[in-house]
Design a protein around this ligand. Structure first.
Ligand SMILES: Cc1cc2nc3c(=O)[nH]c(=O)nc-3n(C[C@H](O)[C@H](O)[C@H](O)COP(=O)(O)OP(=O)(O)OC[C@H]3O[C@@H](n4cnc5c(N)ncnc54)[C@H](O)[C@@H]3O)c2cc1C
Length: 427
């Protein structure tokens, strides 16, 4: 049995990250204690430290051990819902603020990379969303027009244009969002840790938080033999903890996504796939996402298992899908395969919870966390430090009543989504 956690050192990002692992500081009391060393936690810590707030971040393993160090590295702005729906749901002002927050999320990442000189192979040539049917095409073109109306630099692609832009004739069309791009995600998250420490944050790794308890007017975290105290706690563990706040863990659905990287392709083959240097993902529910890495490999991701174990069967199905979509790669070997856990929410939105008395939890980027979690951390820091408005309203924690049965329910859901995809619906 191979657990997803066991594959940590097998990813392409682990092998190629130029930013070194930042190591650990000794635990210190601080005004804000952040649990989790991914994009959410580190962006929160960095932006708090830059505002002069004393902050300690505690990561159970290494920086980027969770989804942040293992994802596809696609830096995509926006949420799963579009600007008109945001305004319809939350009104002109709050909906408009959310649309701006989501639309600027990729800018945040690339600004941080520039500002802190993070060596994460940043490329900003856009993201293509590919439609697999006429029905899906209408949906993605409507989305592209919505973003055009917001003034975003996007292009609408017909079947011919998307075949040229992706290197496969599998799609009916799509759109390209030029605000997006790619990074080596592990290098990026390590760079955030370096920048946070330079700004004054205490970064503790290899210490698992085993308990959160009230301590006078503040909080105490148990670190297995040690303790740290603070006024405010931010739980930024996303799909990687079920024990600290069990009700919160039951309000999100942890699922795996699996990623493959081929051996470096011959230059003339690599040049046929995403020749403009964009990254891509499909609008189907059971979607593939892909890009070419800095060293010319096809990096190809898709659905993984719902449990903790890495699924060899789904890995094989992913590889077959990759070869169907890009037959030009021939017999190129898959050299790397890994997976990680992300968090889904039933409303497809990230959730911000304030359990009261300074205990916060943020999670649920639904596979879009590189840009969004970075932006969320910055926004939460602004709120904690200076009371700035949050991009989304806080929501009460709502445990999913069938959470204990999530594996069979999600397996059924996969069949349902497979059918919807076959019928041409967009996600
Ligand atoms: C395979 C894969 C591909 C993806 N591809 C993309 C993509 O291309 N683009 C995109 O935008 N998004 C993508 N995502 C989603 C994105 O990676 C996540 O949304 C994002 O990384 C979430 O960041 P986070 O900081 O909230 O959580 P995580 O990065 O998961 O961090 C949580 C951290 O908490 C730590 N932790 C847990 N419990 C404790 C504890 N008790 N004490 C201390 N520390 C603890 C964990 O070790 C972990 O490091 C992908 C996800 C996966 C898994």
């Amino acid at each position: 049995m191979t657990l997803s956690a066991d594959l940590w050192t097998r990813s392409l990002w682990y092998e190629t990250a130029e930013e070194p692992d930042p190591g650990s500081d000794a635990p210190q009391d601080a005004r804000v204690l952040v649990i989790g060393g991914g994009f959410t936690g580190l962006s929160t810590a960095l932006h708090l430290a830059e505002r002069g707030v004393a902050v300690t971040l505690i990561e159970a393993e290494k920086i980027g051990f969770g989804a942040s160090g293992r994802n596809g590295g696609q830096v995509i702005p926006g949420l799963k819902i579009d600007a008109p729906e945001m305004r319809a749901r939350w009104g002109r002002e709050a909906g408009g603020r959310l649309a701006a927050f989501a639309g600027e999320a990729a800018d945040r990442v690339f600004d941080l990379v520039d500002r802190h000189g993070i060596a994460c192979a940043p490329v900003r040539n856009g993201w293509i969303q590919c439609a697999h049917s006429e029905l899906a095409l209408r949906a993605v073109h409507a989305r592209a027009r919505d973003w055009q109306a917001e003034g975003a630099p996007v292009e609408i692609l017909d079947a011919g244009a998307i075949a040229t832009a992706t290197g496969t004739g599998a799609y009916t069309g799509g759109w390209r969002d030029l605000r997006a791009g790619t990074v080596n995600p592990l290098a990026y998250v390590r760079g955030l840790a370096r920048a946070a420490r330079a700004a004054g944050a205490c970064i503790v790794t290899g210490r698992r938080v085993t308990g959160i308890a009230r301590d006078g007017a503040g909080w105490r975290l148990e670190l297995g033999g040690a303790q740290v105290r603070g006024e405010t706690v931010v739980l930024a563990t996303n799909a990687y903890d079920a024990a600290l706040m069990p009700r919160f863990a039951r309000s999100i659905l942890p699922v795996q996504s699996c990623v493959l990287a081929t051996e470096p392709l011959p230059a003339e083959t690599a040049a046929t796939i995403l020749p403009q240097g964009a990254c891509a993902s499909e609008v189907r529910k059971l979607a593939y996402y892909y890009r070419i890495s800095a060293d010319g490999r096809l990096v190809f991701g898709g659905r993984g298992a719902t449990g903790a174990e890495h699924s060899q069967g789904l890995q094989a199905a992913l590889e077959a899908g990759m070869r169907r979509l890009f037959p030009q790669i021939g017999a190129a070997r898959v050299e790397k395969a890994w997976s990680g856990h992300l968090a889904l929410t039933l409303d497809h939105l990230p959730h911000i919870h304030h359990a009261g008395q300074g205990l916060w939890a943020v999670a649920g980027y639904n596979g879009r966390g590189v840009a969004l979690a970075t932006a969320m951390g910055a926004a939460l820091a602004g709120h904690l430090a200076e009371g700035e408005p949050l991009p989304l309203p806080e929501t009460p924690v709502r445990p999913i009543f069938w959470h204990a049965l999530r594996h069979p329910v999600m397996d059924l859901g996969v069949r349902y989504y497979w059918l919807k995809d076959r019928l041409g619906f967009a996600s």
